[in-house]
Ligand binder design. Sequence first.
Ligand SMILES: O=C(CO)[C@H](O)[C@H](O)COP(=O)(O)O
Ligand SMILES: [Fe+2]
Length: 215
Amino acid sequence: MPIVAPSLLSANYLNLEADCKMLNESEADWYHLDVMDGRFVPNITFGPMVIDFLRKASNKVFDVHLMIEEPEKYTEAFKKAGADNLTVHIEACTHLHRNIQQIKSLGMKAGVAVNPHTPVSLLKDIIADIDLVCLMSVNPGFGGQSFIPQTLVKIRELRNMIDEKGLNVDIEIDGGVTLENAKSIVDAGATVLVAGNTVFRAPNPTEMISLLKKI
Ligand SMILES: O=C(CO)[C@H](O)[C@H](O)COP(=O)(O)O
Ligand SMILES: [Fe+2]
């Protein structure tokens, strides 16, 4: 059964409380929270302040996906705001190992995200130090884009790398996940499904979350 992590990127920002209530009462495992800075990606969303408010509305795991430059400057702020998992982009980190140590020393789970063009082989020397790999299956920055099929090849390669080393690292797929492609994603070896549009644009989001859980 995959971990299902609805992305609040597609939530209704005029009534976030209602969406939190829906998620809390659903089978959703994690909140996936997309932080964008307008530099690393061509879009701007929210930061620790909004996450701090959301924290008061839910006890679920907060999976924070940082699409920002210099993430090390904000690690503590996201910890204070209530992040459980903190994921940084490999493309944004000159000192990735140091950033991972910083995240873990603050008691959070550490994730590394990779863009569609970045080979998973670059994770070879960091994989034993992290809890999660977020494979971007769209170019980061926006919700509602189409899944890039080459991601399936990357999932299999990463699954082999993790299994060969006998590690327990989650493989999270982020972008364009639908009810139609979710089974092939899980069959390839993914353990976490992020879903923004698929959940929040569904006629019945709670039911959609249950259907994704059953994959
Ligand atoms: O990181 C992201 C975009 O950069 C989002 O998590 C992702 O796009 C989810 O949205 P959707 O399921 O609608 O594609
Ligand atoms: Fe994301």
